[in-house]
Design a protein around this ligand. Sequence first.
Ligand SMILES: Nc1ncnc2c1ncn2[C@@H]1O[C@H](COP(=O)(O)OP(=O)(O)OP(=O)(O)O)[C@@H](O)[C@H]1O
Ligand SMILES: [Mg+2]
Length: 583
Amino acid sequence: MRAFQVGDNATWPAKIASTATALLGIRGAGKSNLARVMAEEAYASKIPVVIFDPVGNWYGIRAGKDGKPDGGLPFAIFGGRHGDVPLEAGSGQLIADTIVDTRLSCVIDMSHEDFSEGAKRRFLTVFVDRLFRRKQPETGWMLLILEEADDYAPQTAKGDMAACLGVFQKIVKRGRSRGLGVVLVTQRSAAINKDLLNMADTLVAFRTTASHDQKAVEGWIKYNSLSDAALASLSGLANGEAWVWSPHELGSFDRVRFRRMDTLDTGKTPDHLEGKLARPATLADVDVPALRERMADTIERAKAEDPKELRLQLAELKAELAKKPLMIRPGKVVEKPVLKDVQIKRLEALAVKMIAEAERHGKAIAMFWENQDEGWKAFLAALRAVANVPAPPPPRYPEKAFTTHGLHNSPLRPTNRPTNGDGTGQERMLAALAYWTRPLSRSELALLSIMSAGGGTFKTYLPQLLREGHVSVSDGLVSITEAGRKALSRPAEAVTFVSAAALQNRWRRELSAGGMKRIFDALVAAYPGWQTRTALGQASGMEATGGTFKTYFPKLARLGLVEVGRDGGVRARPELFLDLPPR
Ligand SMILES: Nc1ncnc2c1ncn2[C@@H]1O[C@H](COP(=O)(O)OP(=O)(O)OP(=O)(O)O)[C@@H](O)[C@H]1O
Ligand SMILES: [Mg+2]
């Protein structure tokens, strides 16, 4: 396989795309440039690349250096200002499936401000986990690039942060056996998780000035028993220049000057290109709106109808798609098709597979369709990208990280319906795990079981369930075992919470003092927005600096009901808003 030409005098074997690489260095040192070079080289070697871009700079890969379509690479773009397809927070699994099944190279742009940090983390956790599970070694190498890696794999991680860190640990440790490589990019070397960093096969250290960041590089060198002679020169490196240590993969230790990227550098958009890039010059304008509408209709009807019927209709549509030449609107810029026919076929096959899957679920079918809503939207979006259909008019961004049927922001009312969550603590834990098909983090599990993750009850029950073999813990996530399922004497739905409103009501009952209830209500009403403590105090009718607030607020936090943002803002825990999970 052709080697990666990363600099005028530097090549790397293509197998680097199946290993773990860390790019460290201060702002503007040249990390994203090298990551882009690696993406370009991987693409040239027919290795699919997936970039997670929380900043919104990677769409430039679709255009040449000068912003024109020529020289751009046909990467699909999910989300962001320049996306082909809007991104739904709940579509991580489907996008991962699409990527694996079609070997799609793409950018996942989560730079839109509607995505909270928590939503990005949860998306990544589900997405990366799925990618890892689905990726088989026979399908060749695949490279995942993660910008701002310290945000998703930090040194200290709790709750859903720990879950996210867990999936990256899995990839760095075991990705190679599946042909799944990863590039972790960070300008905060001191903040990224050291276990993860030390396990990276290759370290590329760009200019690094702060001593705590240099220590991270030093730690890696010591961990790998290498000489630290080059450390002293780290602060004097030029842009685009770095030390590369790779004792096992590249068998080298070099000071390298990397080449500039061949595609558009959007991190540094030249003024004369700015206006022209409002819409990427390379987006295709393909006229198949009628087909798109029919597709949407079909899906609508399918919710109410027999999936067999849907299958027939899809088959019809497929035939139509095959017959109908894609009409290109004259006068618009045309891009090379993002996907090939054979990939489209595979995507369609995927649709058929999903339907077959649904049929196997027999009675659960109604639920299935209901809950696949988000999934279907994402899937259709992917199909649209495949068929080069323009992105739908106003890009839709999820208003919240999770769908909640709008229940959570309505004032909490006591309900006459039977309330779930009244089983014993252990029963509640098992039911939550059984009801949710994915493993749960400790904080999710505690919250769904009406316990505090840090409290004594939870800390007693979890080890008990483990000893009894009713649950297992892997990478910090808890799953139910077969024995655990058998131990449940009632259906999970009868014990655990299946709606956000019921869960919130139950927690509210749990709060002893009226003041706590008021703060809780104010947190719930403001979600998903963040507020300062002062604003929260006001909304709860208290002085944030007064004794009442200062007594109750920490209590709510200890119960695990409050999320504290990096800037000190607060809001209710997102787990309180999880509604009917996909089954
Ligand atoms: N190989 C190179 N040769 C010459 N100049 C380079 C090279 N790589 C980067 N530069 C210059 O440095 C600038 C910043 O590079 P880049 O965007 O890759 O930095 P970064 O490390 O990703 O920064 P940040 O942490 O802010 O994202 C580029 O716009 C370019 O001007
Ligand atoms: Mg960068």
